[in-house]
Design a protein around this ligand. Structure first.
Ligand code: SAH
Length: 361
């Protein structure tokens, strides 16, 4: 198939996707080239920045992979003040990022809901509505999603983590807070409320197969996602899943597989936004730029205040100190220029897929 035939292809089978995910050597390089070409074709050659604010590591959940899980007593718990969030938001605005992501440990309480609502309104007032806001604060009721949407959030990221219900069960406790079905329902709620809806999976989980990943991609297509955030699974010593580290793929293979997932998702899902995850950077210093080079179009530089940076420690080797400063941004621009991509400063960079989905309604 030539590039055009790939771009026009819509009838992807699981077997075809698996073949691409298994590519190596020259055919993997060809896949990477195709991923970037499809990004340029469907979304344009620009990379959009979202300033990431890790609002709080207080979490009511106990996911077996995550370093800030409730049962990890070694974590110093924090919550940013409204001032701290607004300072970071102002920085994003001044640097022309145009968008923010507010991510947090997951709490379901009226107090938490109200705090996020207040933050959203404060950010909207401070920026005169210029800063777009993505939320990534977990499973909530539809009413809560509605309240936040009205307060100014317009995108939401909620990774399904794995679309294989059995694998999902293996990496989460068996209780009402961690049900696969509830997570799927939450994704439907987000879409119905009107958010640009993003999901994603961890890549290289213990016990995960190529067929699982291929089916994840088919799920993304069927659900008709607007955005994706996917990254390699990285073990954290203070979590139950750490015990299974011996069966993991070597880090370099997990990194490669994550790049292949980005490229294949770009080919199959075409005009969506795909984030190049921070977890890529935990394996290779320029990992996020490498994600861009194979088809991603969003990077989320970390703007979390240094005083709590090391407390939002989801996985080993999470990059901590070099970010959010002007020199880092300059380096990022230089690296991106090498891949032929410019940063879309001052642009929201909404998922074209979402705009189309809504204009055809
Ligand atoms: N509580 C929120 C957001 C915080 S976690 C939520 O669940 O949506 C954000 C993402 O970090 C998760 O969706 C998960 O995919 C990823 N993550 C957590 N632990 C990880 C690990 N050990 N390795 C790689 N990614 C991890």
């Amino acid at each position: 198939m030539n590039d055009k035939e790939y771009f026009n292809k819509n009838d992807w089978s699981q077997a075809e996707i698996e073949t691409l995910l298994n590519a190596n050597g020259a055919s993997m390089q060809e896949l990477f080239r195709l991923g970037a070409a499809a990004r340029d074709h469907f979304s344009g050659p620009k990379v959009y920045l979202r300033g990431l604010i890790e609002y709080s590591n207080q979490c009511g959940k106990d996911c077996f992979y995550c370093g800030i899980r409730k049962s990890n007593r070694r974590v110093q718990r924090y919550q940013l003040s409204e001032d701290e969030v607004l300072t970071a938001a102002r920085y994003a605005l001044e640097e022309n990022y145009a968008s923010l992501v507010i991510q947090s440990g997951e709490l379901e309480s009226p107090a938490f809901t109200a705090r996020i609502t207040r933050l959203l309104k404060a950010i909207r007032a401070m920026s005169g509505g210029k800063l777009g806001v993505t939320l990534s604060v977990g499973e909530q009721t539809r009413e809560v999603y509605e309240e936040w949407f009205e307060a100014g959030a317009h995108r939401y990221l909620l990774r399904i983590e794995s679309t294989n219900p059995e694998l999902f069960r293996r990496i989460h406790p068996d209780n009402e807070l961690h049900r696969f079905e509830r997570r799927i329902a939450a994704l439907h709620d987000l879409k119905a409320v009107g958010y640009q809806t993003g999901t994603g999976v961890m890549i290289g989980l213990p016990g995960q197969t190529m067929s699982d990943l291929a089916r994840d991609i088919l799920f993304f297509k069927e659900f008709d996602v607007d955005m994706l955030g996917m990254g390699p699974y990285l073990e954290h010593p203070e979590t139950p899943l750490f015990a299974e580290r011996l069966q993991l793929l070597p880090l370099t293979d997990r990194f490669e597989l994550a790049l292949k997932m980005i490229a294949v998702c770009r080919l199959v899902l075409k005009d969506i936004n795909i984030a190049s995850a921070t977890a890529l950077q935990a394996i290779v210093p320029d990992g996020r730029e490498r994600g861009i080079a194979v088809g991603a179009n969003v990077i989320m530089p970390n703007l979390t205040p240094q005083r709590v940076r090391s407390d939002y420690f989801l996985y080993e080797n999470k990059p901590l100190f070099e970010e959010g400063v002007a020199s880092h941004l300059a380096e990022l621009s230089r690296n991106l220029a090498k891949t032929g991509n410019a940063i879309g400063f001052g642009e929201w960079g909404d998922s074209r897929h979402f705009s189309k989905r809504h204009s055809t309604k």
